[in-house]
Design a protein around this ligand. Structure first.
Ligand SMILES: NC(=O)c1ccc[n+]([C@@H]2O[C@H](COP(=O)([O-])OP(=O)(O)OC[C@H]3O[C@@H](n4cnc5c(N)ncnc54)[C@H](OP(=O)(O)O)[C@@H]3O)[C@@H](O)[C@H]2O)c1
Length: 227
């Protein structure tokens, strides 16, 4: 897909930034959203339906057709389940899953009108492997996979596709804070014996946009994690 309009929600995340760079290198016109209200990029707080609606309205007014959206925002509220209150679950689902549903809700009418469109949600292998001490994150990513599947089923007849990409362990972003020794242990779990770089993930995210029969699935990109 070249010279097409790509909306990257959460383009300020570390993986999102790599996705924006990879997309621009592949001749996409990229519109990137972020939560911080500075001069660059477009403001979008995915926990606010009004914010999502306004941003989508602005993007479609400025760029006409949006060909694809990549959804990257996420947060993890860590702790064992018996220590987590309801708010820990709500806030994780609000960003990781409901935010994606809000973006879908406001973009779908445009995609239906255009008779095309791609939703790519960044999920995680935590959705299918679990994640120690991160149940709200893991469960919300599993729900995100189901959201993609349902969009694919309901809107495939309009040539709208939806799928998730599930990275394993990435050196950066949400795992940037981990000590070196922990990263070394995680790297050993993969066949390639290294963590992914944000650029590894971005390469895959942009490459898969070009696959016309790809929909309703969750794609693992984990360097061969041992099960
Ligand atoms: N790093 C990994 O090992 C790894 C592994 C598997 C999957 N992933 C997935 O990859 C994606 C990107 O993660 P990353 O590692 O690059 O994380 P990151 O750099 O920590 O970025 C997380 C992003 O989420 C955004 N966000 C949080 N709440 C938001 C809200 N209410 N509205 C809009 N944006 C909000 C943050 O925006 P602010 O900057 O404004 O706070 C930030 O840009 C996530 O979906 C994550 O689950 C990461």
């Amino acid at each position: 897909m070249q010279n097409k309009n790509l909306l990257v929600v959460g383009g300020s995340s570390e993986i999102g930034t790599a996705i924006v760079r990879q997309a621009e290198n592949n001749n996409y016109q990229v519109i990137s959203t972020k939560r911080s209200a500075d001069a660059s990029g477009l403001f979008m707080d995915v926990t606010s339906d009004e914010s999502v609606r306004t941003a989508v309205q602005q993007v479609t007014a400025d760029f006409g057709t949006i060909d694809a959206v990549i959804y990257a925002p996420a947060l993890s509220n860590d702790g064992l389940i018996h220590t987590l209150d309801e708010d820990a679950w709500r806030t994780a689902f609000d960003v990781n899953m409901f935010g994606a549903a809000r973006v879908a809700r406001h973009l779908l009418p445009h995609f239906i009108k255009a008779r095309k469109g791609i939703f790519q949600f960044i999920s995680s292998t935590a959705a299918v492997r679990g994640a120690t001490g991160a149940a709200p994150y893991s469960c919300s990513k599993a729900a995100l996979n189901a959201l993609a599947l349902n969009i694919a089923h309901d809107y495939g007849r309009f040539n709208i596709r939806a799928y998730t990409v599930m990275p394993g362990y990435v050196d950066g972003g949400m795992l940037a804070h981990l000590p070196k020794e922990k990263k070394t242990l995680l790297a050993r779990e993969s066949s390639l014996k290294r963590l992914a770089t944000p650029a590894d993930i971005a390469h895959f995210c942009i490459a898969t946009l070009d696959s016309p029969y790809l929909t309703g699935t969750a794609l693992t990109l984990d360097g061969g994690l041992a099960s």
